[in-house]
Design a protein around this ligand. Structure first.
Ligand code: G16
Length: 556
């Protein structure tokens, strides 16, 4: 970096005094109360410009705190693939976010530029796509990000306006692939591939029997508005959107609330009994379904990310089986696409048993889409979902070009094999392969339910969830908890895992784990057992252990 560049950064960083709060890049970028984020976001703007120079590609910056409360905000970086920032750069993100003086900041950047060989004489100037959700703090934070980006001469920043997080990721991916990348193109791709899947339903009239009305809880966030726009392109598909922004973002509404509390969100009531309902989170990267049982108890029948994963897995597996039935020696080949599914420790034990029972390969990673996505990319078709409703399907280039070949002439026109190949191709276009996307996920669920002729009740009955409970515990320092084996074992502080094991042993089908949240300042506790009472009891006793070992004034 030459002296001029250094002084540009030094001078502009004087406008953004460092925050007094120590922040970490976490599960999905930096998150905190919006009032302390200006300098962090400014510095991530610098990081994004460097990442763009390094990769000579467009990079995305999304200002959002997703499912967190409205007063919070955050920032995450989308890499050229549209996926999460490479984990190799996270330590640098942490270091610059916490640099205590402008001089330290410049020095850290200079060292990093040398270590990473970041070219300042590359063909392309930095190019960043910026998006934000509906939080009131978003606009000024976006300005801070721009200031960071424009420390670099010739840098381009494109403000894409208010978007869902997955839209921004999709735009980055599409732009870097030389494809159309506007919001209109996104809606066009989703609606056309959805229609294609609907047209391939064996008996299309079934759709109206099973898929009558869908009511969607928009979490009072950006997803509600975008779904209204998308709906206009869906040829009368009956979707009613509620919680569209009059209430408070994520408060008593949204996918996180519905999945964790398992209660009816605001805006829903006895008039919805038996109706198929879905919930998005604040930035529409998570999706869960639910229905209200016949007795008005305030509780819901939840169809979570695990069941969405199961539905997708069954459908993809069915299509692959049809392709495998190929009898014609001219079109048969030896390539056997490899299908794998990825879950986290939060996956209900019953879902894992079910998926394994289907003969599928199930692997586990720590919480965080960045881990699941990376694992799923190892398969020809990798399906990943967190129980909280965040997930997608990834298709390898090899598999897609094999499919294209099969569609284009190798299969006889109108054959079952050709239809199955067309369905999988349509899924690969409909589903957002950059990141989990509630809108594209919702359309895929609807299309698959239509193809199978299933109601939400039939879907819910795939398997019965083990009763579970999640709690949060405030502790003095959540980084004191260190986990291993995809977060199923606590290695620090010493002794706590043995104490958890002793509690788990007291409960039939008991399982429990703890982990530090990467998006909130809490330790999360998960427990499941054969009855709800036992799961609640186990979660409470493990939460007490957390408090004893790590709580304020706890002895350990
Ligand atoms: C983010 C991540 C998810 C993760 C969730 C909760 O979701 O993208 O992968 O499951 O945070 O993480 P934690 O338990 O570490 O707080 P979102 O929807 O908030 O972006």
């Amino acid at each position: 970096m030459d002296e001029r560049q250094k002084s540009l950064i030094l001078n502009s960083s004087l406008l953004y005094p460092p925050s007094q709060v120590k922040l970490s890049y976490g599960t999905a970028g930096f998150r905190a109360d919006a009032s302390v984020l200006q300098s962090t976001v400014y510095r991530v703007g610098i990081l994004a410009a460097l990442r763009s120079l390094k990769t000579q590609s467009a990079i995305g910056l999304m200002i959002t705190a997703s499912h967190n409360q409205v007063s919070h905000n955050g920032i995450k970086v989308a890499d050229p693939s549209g996926g999460m920032l490479t984990q190799d750069w996270e330590p640098f993100a942490d270091a610059i976010a916490n640099a205590s003086t402008p001089q330290d900041l410049v020095q850290l950047i200079d060292e990093f530029v040398k270590r990473e060989n970041i070219p300042f004489d590359g063909v392309k100037s930095p190019e960043i796509l910026l998006g934000r959700d509906t939080r009131p703090s978003g606009e000024s934070l976006l300005e801070a990000a721009k200031q960071g980006i424009h420390c670099f001469v010739g840098a381009l920043s494109h403000d894409m306006g208010i978007l869902t997080t997955p839209q921004l990721h999709w735009m980055v991916r599409s732009r870097n692939r030389g494809l159309k990348a506007t919001e209109l193109d996104y809606f066009e791709l989703l609606s056309s591939s959805f229609r294609c899947l609907i047209d391939l339903i064996p008996n299309a009239s079934k759709l109206s029997d099973t898929n009558d009305k869908l009511v969607v809880d928009g979490a009072n966030g950006v997803g509600a508005h975008k779904l209204e726009l998308l709906k206009k392109k869906l040829n009368g598909f009956d979707i009613e959107v509620r919680n569209s922004g009059k209430g408070v973002l994520n408060e008593g509404v949204g996918a996180d609330y519905v999945q964790k509390e398992k209660v009816v969100p605001q805006g829903f009531g006895s008039q919805d009994i038996g109706v198929r309902c879905a919930s998005l989170d604040g930035d529409a990267d998570r999706l869960v379904y639910f229905s209200l049982p016949s007795e008005d108890s305030g509780k819901i029948d939840l169809v979570d990310g695990d069941k969405i994963l199961s539905l997708f897995a069954i459908f993809v597996k069915d299509q692959l089986s049809i392709l495998n039935e190929e009898r014609d020696e001219n079109t048969k080949d030896n390539y056997q696409p490899c299908l794998g599914v990825v879950q986290t420790a939060y996956a209900n034990g019953a879902s894992t048993d079910y998926l394994k029972g289907l003969g599928l390969e199930v692997v586990f990673t720590p919480t965080g889409v960045k881990y699941l996505h990376e694992k799923a990319a190892e398969y020809d078709i990798g399906i990943y979902f967190e129980a909280n409703g965040h997930g997608t399907i990834l298709f390898s280039e090899r598999f897609l070009s094999w499919l294209e070949q099969k569609c284009n002439g190798l299969y006889s026109k109108g054959s079952e094999q050709q239809k199955a190949a067309f369905r999988l191709l349509a899924v690969s276009k409909l589903i957002n392969q950059a990141v989990g996307d509630a809108l594209s996920g919702l359309l895929l669920v609807e299309a698959i339910l239509g193809n199978m002729g299933w109601s939400i009740h039939r879907w819910k009955e795939l398997y019965h969830d083990l009763p579970s409970k999640q709690l949060k515990v405030k502790v003095a320092d959540r980084t004191a908890v260190v986990t291993a084996n995809a977060e199923t074992v606590v290695v620090r502080p010493p002794g706590i895992q043995e104490a958890i094991n002793a509690d788990v042993a007291k409960h039939s089908r008991g399982r429990s784990f703890i982990r530090p949240s990467g998006t909130e300042d809490v330790i999360r506790v998960y427990a499941e057992a054969s009855t709800q009472e036992a799961a609640d009891d186990l979660a409470n006793s493990v939460a007490k252990l957390v408090d004893r070992f790590l709580g304020y004034g706890g002895s350990g």
